[in-house]
Design a protein around this ligand. Structure first.
Ligand code: ADP
Ligand code: ASP
Ligand code: MG
Length: 418
């Protein structure tokens, strides 16, 4: 079996969905499992719904209507005839969502988040599955929550591999086109959970592992994995073949083209991962597999914007030792700051972190009781794999370098735009 993953960008409108059909015609769809994300920016739009649910109830209805309108337009573009049963299918999902919004009693933000945000994928797969049937491809729509079982760590749930493996082995039918949702799972009480933002690539990895799939292909709006994000680097070039290790490193440092959790299950069973263009599906793209990297000597650039560089030094010139460091890390964990780089000297300790939830303002006074705290907001973290002098110069040009760290294969530079 082959596992294909189509992300939000590939199904953002009716043309995108028709394109998925064209891709399947070209590359075949027998014995395939499609993992599909929410359409376009639907997950962001549902996050807005969640925010309104908790904070701005007067805007709740309007935000739900917006999500409805967007999908309805896609339905009209694809099917025209409103008697097609897909309209009722999608309406039923919206009714469920509205029922939840009206009746939920749980104050748990993360729980509520997962119950709401999951409709993006439930709706997109319903539409896609009906469209394939409409075009003459028979599909089996699978509710992924009956397959991927997780703990109840809402918004970042961990997979129960044993149960998941059992469910998948028993119930996924081979020899046909299966369609299921990325990003979602369910806990032991059958409440919906999610695997973390951008987690649909990971879903593809989980299914491939449990099915002993022949390969995984993630279809993207880029030709494959490149040596830099082509949105930011004009001369980015395609990497034809990279090893699991290189791909894991790149994803870890923030190359958003592959979700970092995707590779581990694939690597364990040596299942190749193809990253290909949904615009030019017949091009080879990138193959991630066992073996050496064909272009390993080419520097790769990974950019993380909007970082926070925090430097802590001891007030009395005492050393910053393990004890302090573990205390500092416990606080970062508690305040949900994601650490992307660490550097320490005898009396100071610097970290480049991502403050996704804006919690640093609350953490700062706590740190200031024990340390002298300096920080720079809005800095950029560049990671260069297989760096050379020229690559470093390209990054440093016209910028102030605040910190630099070099290891055998990787250079990281924290900069501030001049
Ligand atoms: P999906 O629609 O599957 O969610 P994403 O938008 O998450 O797809 O991933 C594709 C994007 O990843 C590209 O549009 C590109 O801007 C970005 N990207 C970041 N780093 C790289 C890289 N090294 N090579 C290719 N694309 C990259
Ligand atoms: N729809 C989810 C998100 O946008 C999962 C995914 O697309 O990978 O985060
Ligand atoms: Mg994505």
């Amino acid at each position: 079996m082959r596992v294909f993953k189509f992300g939000g960008a590939s199904v953002k409108d009716a043309a995108g969905i028709k394109n998925v059909y064209d891709v399947l015609q070209k590359v075949g769809y027998e014995d395939v499992l499609l993992v599909v994300s929410a359409m376009g920016k639907t997950t962001n739009a549902l996050e807005e719904v969640i925010k309104n649910y908790f904070e701005k109830s007067e805007e709740l209805n309007a935000s739900v209507q917006e999500v409805k309108k967007y999908h309805n337009q896609i339905l009209l573009d694809l099917f025209e005839d409103e008697k097609n049963e897909v309209f009722a299918g999608v309406n039923k999902l919206f009714s469920e969502l509205e029922y939840f919004l009206a009746h939920n009693k749980s104050p748990n933000y993360n729980f509520v988040y997962d119950q709401i945000v999951s409709y993006g994928e439930l709706i997109s797969t319903t539409i896609l599955s009906h469209f394939m049937n409409f075009m003459g491809i028979k599909t089996q729509w699978l509710d992924v929550r009956n397959f991927i079982k997780t703990n109840s760590n809402y918004r970042d749930a961990e997979v129960d591999w044993e149960l998941t493996q059992k469910n998948i082995a028993k119930n996924v039918k081979k020899k046909m086109l299966n369609i299921t949702q990325g990003f979602l799972g369910s806990d032991e009480n059958n409440f919906t959970t999610t695997l973390g933002r951008e987690g649909s690539d990971y879903t593809a990895g989980i299914f491939a592992y449990c099915l002993n799939a022949e390969s995984v292909t993630i279809w993207k709006d880029v030709p494959g994995v490149m040596n830099a994000d082509p949105r930011y680097f004009e001369n980015a070039s395609l990497l034809n073949h990279i090893s699991y290790r290189e791909a894991i490193e790149m994803a870890f440092y923030g190359a958003t083209v592959i979700h970092p959790k995707t590779l581990q299950p694939l690597q364990k069973k040596e299942i190749p991962l193809y990253v290909k263009s949904f615009i030019n599906p017949m091009l080879a793209g990138t193959c991630v597999s066992k073996g050496s990297d064909s272009e390993w000597q080419i520097p790769s650039f990974i950019v993380k914007r909007n970082q926070l560089l925090i430097s802590l030094s001891s007030i009395d010139f005492s050393f910053i030792m393990e004890e302090n460091i573990s205390e500092i890390f416990a606080l970062f964990h508690q305040f949900k700051l994601k650490v992307n780089l660490i550097q320490n000297s005898a009396i100071s300790f610097s970290v480049c972190v991502e403050d996704k939830f804006g919690n640093f303002k609350d953490l700062n006074p706590i740190l200031a009781k024990k340390f002298k705290v300096d920080f720079d907001e809005n800095v950029t973290l560049y990671t260069i794999r297989h760096f050379n002098e020229k690559a470093a110069q390209t990054v440093e040009q016209n910028k102030t370098v605040l910190l630099k760290q070099v290891s055998r294969e990787t250079m990281q530079i924290v900069t501030k735009e001049n």
